[in-house]
Design a protein around this ligand. Structure first.
Ligand code: GLC
Length: 452
């Protein structure tokens, strides 16, 4: 029998198609495993899904007021001034964006929080804010946080390449307050702490009552949904009649079929053994999984000539953005791909080589889209097993927004799985949802009088 090592171009490509394929049977298995992990997570048992209570329910659309929002969750930090009119409309008047230097992401925790305070100070100055007045700020902190109330919570573990020391296990609001004090900023009160998924759900829900899921498909991936309090078994003593939004932290779901490429990406990551689903799906890792396959083709002598055999040899030298660009090239002469390859210093690539690159990107991105769709289906089936209601899924993130064909590949899964009822599911971009949504959550906190 032929081993993987001896395969020619056709056999190797067919082999990859097979190991990366997510069939209807796989989707069903993923849904089943999701339900079992969700149940365990909600009951407080060991589970790859943390199912974290967020201390908020869905907004009514009547929340109003002016808030600042601080959004930290990837390589950029953003500050926004958001105004909610109480009738479902929100207006963002100022946005400042700051790039977080890699050494700040991985250095000492205090330095990271001092950097955040510095950004807040620049934002206040640039936007001519009167520092004699007081302002409510909502903090979108897009990492797994064990919340203790709407404006307090401890970081469980860093994800997405952050490793700043001395933060895990600490209350991030306390750390931010201390940094604001060090910087002499007294006009800011932190009114709410929210995960980006919760912000996204709140933002979409503010003007669409059918919205019952917030999903991020960007640098990282995660989702939240409103759960009946009676189902949150790990929570005793709460009024069982209401609902609470649950941050699933689905990036950590680990009941998926890993390939050798996924294993290598995991081994070389800063959080080996964690965030398996995220590493198979999200923008931070998709380029790297794809690069590993490209290198395997090259290594086998199936792609590029000797002159280009060192192509993409360095970790992270092929990005998800590059894949997006390659996927967007529909010309017969692969003009865009050609331009990209030339910029990367590759001059001798044949049309066949370019088509191979495009095909590899298709294989890994379709797998990512199908896994995301399977995960969304699991939540829909959990809350509405017979799919009786309409479901708007608010989605934010560049993978969903910018990757050609990504949302289409997700919708295909819903069609195969739910047949004609699939039309009840709408995937809608919730651009900047996390910032706006955090402001809505701060407004909920202000009305409930629960913020600290
Ligand atoms: C990571 C974080 C999660 C966040 C997601 C999307 O998975 O752990 O909290 O929601 O990225 O930004």
């Amino acid at each position: 029998m032929m081993t993987v090592a001896d395969m020619g171009y056709k056999e190797f490509t067919a082999y990859l198609e097979k190991v990366f394929n997510i069939t209807l049977g796989d989707v069903k298995k993923i849904i089943k495993a999701f339900h079992s992990e969700m149940k365990k997570g909600l009951s407080g048992f060991e589970s790859s899904l943390k199912m974290i209570p967020s201390f908020v329910e869905r907004p009514t659309g009547r929340e109003s007021g002016k808030f600042f929002a601080l959004d930290l969750g990837g390589t950029n930090l953003r500050l926004l001034a958001v105004e909610l009119d109480g009738k479902g409309a929100s207006n963002v008047s100022t946005v400042s964006k700051f790039v977080i230097p890699p050494k700040t992401m991985t250095g000492a925790g205090d330095e990271l929080f001092d950097f955040i305070a510095e950004c807040i100070s620049s934002f206040l100055t640039e936007s001519n804010i009167d520092k004699e007045k007081n302002y409510d700020l909502a903090f979108t902190f897009s990492f797994p946080v064990e919340q203790t109330n709407i404006a307090a919570g401890k970081l469980i573990a860093w994800t997405k390449g952050f490793t700043a020391s001395g933060v895990e296990g600490k209350d991030v609001i306390m750390l931010l307050n201390e940094a604001l004090k060090r910087k002499g900023i007294n006009c800011i009160r932190i009114a709410a702490l929210a995960n980006d998924t919760v912000g996204t759900l709140a933002a979409k829900c503010y003007n669409d009552r059918d919205c019952d899921m917030g999903v991020i498909l960007g640098t990282g991936t995660n989702a939240c949904y409103p759960e009946k309090i009676s189902n949150i078994k790990k929570w005793r003593g709460l009024d069982p009649r209401g609902e609470m939004i649950i941050n699933m932290e689905w990036g950590n779901f680990n009941k998926l079929r890993f390939t050798s490429y996924d294993k290598d990406v995991d081994d070389e990551s800063l959080n080996t053994g964690c965030q398996y689903l995220e590493k198979m799906v999200s923008g931070m890792y998709l380029g790297e999984v794809t690069r590993k396959i490209i290198r395997d083709y090259i290594h086998r002598g199936l792609l590029f000539t000797n002159a280009d055999s060192n192509a993409f040899i360095k970790k992270d030298s092929f990005l998800t953005e590059d894949m997006s660009l390659i996927a967007s090239d529909e010309s017969t002469d692969c003009a865009l791909i050609d331009e990209f390859l030339k910029k990367s210093g590759l001059t001798e690539v044949t049309i066949h080589g370019k088509m191979t690159l495009k095909n590899i990107c298709r294989i890994t991105s379709v797998r990512a889209a199908r896994i995301s769709a399977a995960a969304i289906s699991a939540v829909i089936k959990w809350t509405d097993p017979k799919l009786k209601n309409n479901h708007t899924i608010g989605v934010d993130g560049s993978l969903f927004e910018k990757y050609p064909g990504f949302s289409g590949a997700m919708l295909d899964v819903f069609k195969i799985l739910f047949k004609e009822k699939a039309s009840k599911i709408k995937l809608e971009l919730a651009k900047d949802g996390s910032g706006k949504g955090a402001a809505i959550i701060a407004a909920i906190a202000a009305t409930a009088g629960t913020s600290s």
